[in-house]
Design a protein. Structure first.
Length: 232
């Protein structure tokens, strides 16, 4: 019952801090434990072990951040600090920082970002985490040697950032529920996910005055687009 109320984001004020903390810790433990076990299944070679431990540490940080963001949002304490941002340059840096991580997973990150200066008013930290969540979601649901593509296009009113992969894709049920917090139907065996990445990304886009689209087909991949209003 408490889990359903937390997931819906309704009546959050009636939840005690202790109950909220317990739910958060259970989710954190599940995600970290799965990654921890996976780390110790890897080869004994030091480099591979170091990569696994690195990955586990990143999962802890990402999980903690996502949980904190979600709890702040449902409690009505979320803060947004939009500033004028040159989007293409900023997105290029995010892609550059993500490339090594994606290569380490045996996948390819392909970024097609125009050199044109496109200005938007966004919370830069929330934008960064939203894009990273989309990239990591794709990586977690794409096999080795798969491709993750990031593209940018523009309409009269919006700039459209699309993260597309050629991974496992989603069935109709998953598409219908993909924005729900804590909903996850993870394909890779042994990987536990929080199910908050798309929820938080959509929260960011909505707060920015935009909208979010998802299209997917089982066995062919998924495309997630964030449409953010252009600055006049």
């Amino acid at each position: 019952m408490q889990y359903k109320r937390l997931r819906s984001g309704k009546n959050i004020e009636s939840l005690t801090a202790a109950k909220l903390s317990r739910v958060a810790k259970e989710q954190l433990h599940e995600a970290v434990y799965a990654q921890f076990i996976e780390t110790f299944k890897i080869s004994s070679e030091y480099k591979e072990a170091a990569d696994g431990i690195n990955s586990m540490g990143y999962v802890i940080l990402r999980t903690g951040h996502d949980l904190n963001e979600y709890c702040e949002a449902v409690a009505g304490n979320a803060k947004i600090s939009p500033v004028k941002t040159e989007l293409c340059g900023f997105l290029s840096k995010i892609c550059e920082n993500s490339e090594k991580f994606i290569k380490r997973k045996g996948q390819n990150l392909i970024c097609k970002i125009p050199e044109e200066k496109i200005f938007v008013k966004i919370d830069k930290e929330k934008f960064c985490y939203s894009v990273l969540n989309l990239i990591l979601n794709s990586a977690e649901n794409t096999p080795e040697e798969g491709k993750i593509r990031i593209s940018v296009s523009k309409t009269k009113r919006f700039v459209k950032i699309t993260v597309r992969d050629n991974g496992f894709g989603m069935d109709e049920e998953s598409i219908n529920h993909c924005f729900e917090p804590f909903y996850t139907k993870s394909r890779p065996v042994g990987k536990s996910k929080m199910g908050l990445g798309l929820t938080l990304a959509r929260n960011f886009v909505t707060e920015s005055g935009g909208r979010m689209n998802v299209s997917s087909e089982e066995g062919k991949g998924t495309a997630v687009s964030m449409l953010i209003p252009l600055m006049n």
